[in-house]
Design a protein around this ligand. Structure first.
Ligand SMILES: *[C@@H]1O[C@H](CO)[C@@H](O)[C@H](O)[C@H]1NC(C)=O
Ligand SMILES: *[C@@H]1O[C@H](CO)[C@@H](O)[C@H](O)[C@H]1NC(C)=O
Ligand SMILES: *[C@@H]1O[C@H](CO)[C@@H](O)[C@H](O)[C@H]1NC(C)=O
Ligand SMILES: *[C@@H]1O[C@H](CO)[C@@H](O)[C@H](O)[C@H]1NC(C)=O
Ligand SMILES: *[C@@H]1O[C@H](CO)[C@@H](O)[C@H](O)[C@H]1NC(C)=O
Ligand SMILES: *[C@@H]1O[C@H](CO)[C@@H](O)[C@H](O)[C@H]1NC(C)=O
Ligand SMILES: *[C@@H]1O[C@H](CO)[C@@H](O)[C@H](O)[C@H]1NC(C)=O
Ligand SMILES: *[C@@H]1O[C@H](CO)[C@@H](O)[C@H](O)[C@H]1NC(C)=O
Length: 213
């Protein structure tokens, strides 16, 4: 009993010694346009490496953004909608003004999530590349740049081009499709899934537009 208490205390102490808080700044000036606007800068950094016991702390500083967990296949759809057994993190829109209402949101890297990639997006900029990921496995068929391409292809300015095509041609046509994208080759269910969630995407797109306005 006493030994296990001591061991537990030691384990806590050693993990505390190595645990770190990784701050991700959330904010960009969405009212500017042209070269000022960069959805890729909504999350800084947008590719995060975290160890067991670390905390990723999202710091909402500017504009109205959100941090919502999603999946590699559906970057701009909350994971709870694509996999009902996962109740991922979802901050909802957080208005920060211009550094006036700063809030933070923690994501703890615990045993439940340590061996997986946590994909996430910002509702208002996802289709322009407002996405990020924790613990990407670059050796797998799900590299970060393919995740960004999925977001832009399914939710971006040309998302409707592919939506109106038949499901059999969706995966192999459209200017956004990169045939070298590993996801395109290995994800056989992608086209059918995209078609079935097309109406959800349209609804979310409208919601995203409303947030932007
Ligand atoms: C964005 O750019 C367009 C076209 O250049 C311009 O008409 C508009 O006023 C700009 N909007 C803002 C908020 O700067
Ligand atoms: C955001 O961009 C607009 C248009 O370029 C500019 O007027 C405004 O000062 C910018 N705001 C911040 C906080 O940079
Ligand atoms: C969040 O950003 C604000 C503004 O840059 C900064 O003052 C604050 O220290 C940041 N919070 C954390 C936890 O880093
Ligand atoms: C849903 O999430 C659970 C838990 O992470 C996972 O085991 C399962 O494979 C997922 N299902 C699909 C269809 O991705
Ligand atoms: C995570 O993966 C490592 C290496 O494969 C393994 O040793 C460890 O037990 C895994 N942890 C969890 C919580 O699944
Ligand atoms: C994976 O790739 C991303 C973007 O290319 C890079 O930022 C990141 O450091 C890489 N991760 C590892 C573990 O090498
Ligand atoms: C990364 O992906 C490769 C290829 O699928 C796999 O062999 C490897 O175990 C993965 N690494 C981790 C840390 O999950
Ligand atoms: C895509 O279609 C939806 C629904 O018809 C529409 O609201 C949205 O503006 C379209 N997006 C683009 C980029 O044309």
């Amino acid at each position: 009993m006493r030994t296990s208490t001591i061991l537990t205390a030691l384990a806590a102490a050693s993990s505390a010694a190595y645990a770190k808080v990784i701050v991700v700044t959330v904010g960009t000036n969405l009212t500017s346009n042209g070269s000022d606007f960069s959805a890729a800068a909504v999350f800084v950094p947008n590719v995060i490496r975290a160890s067991l016991g670390d905390q990723v702390l999202f710091n909402f500083t500017q504009g109205t953004h959100s941090v919502i967990q999603s999946t590699f296949d559906q970057p701009c759809v909350p994971i709870s909608q694509t996999n009902t057994s996962v109740n991922g993190f979802n901050t909802g829109p957080r208005p920060a003004g211009n550094f006036e209402s700063i809030t933070t949101f923690p994501v703890d890297i615990d045993l439940n999530v340590i061996n997986q990639t946590l994909w996430f997006f910002d509702q208002s900029t996802c289709g322009n590349g407002g996405v990020g990921a924790i613990n990407v496995n670059n050796s797998s068929w799900q590299p970060y740049n393919a995740f960004v391409r999925n977001a832009v292809r399914l939710f971006g300015p040309h998302a409707n081009d592919t939506k109106t095509q038949t499901s059999s041609s969706t995966a192999s046509s459209g200017s956004e499709t990169d045939s070298s994208d590993p996801a395109e080759e290995t994800d056989g269910t992608g086209a059918a899934l995209r078609t079935s969630v097309g109406s959800t995407i349209a609804v979310l797109a409208a919601a995203a537009l409303a947030v932007l306005l």
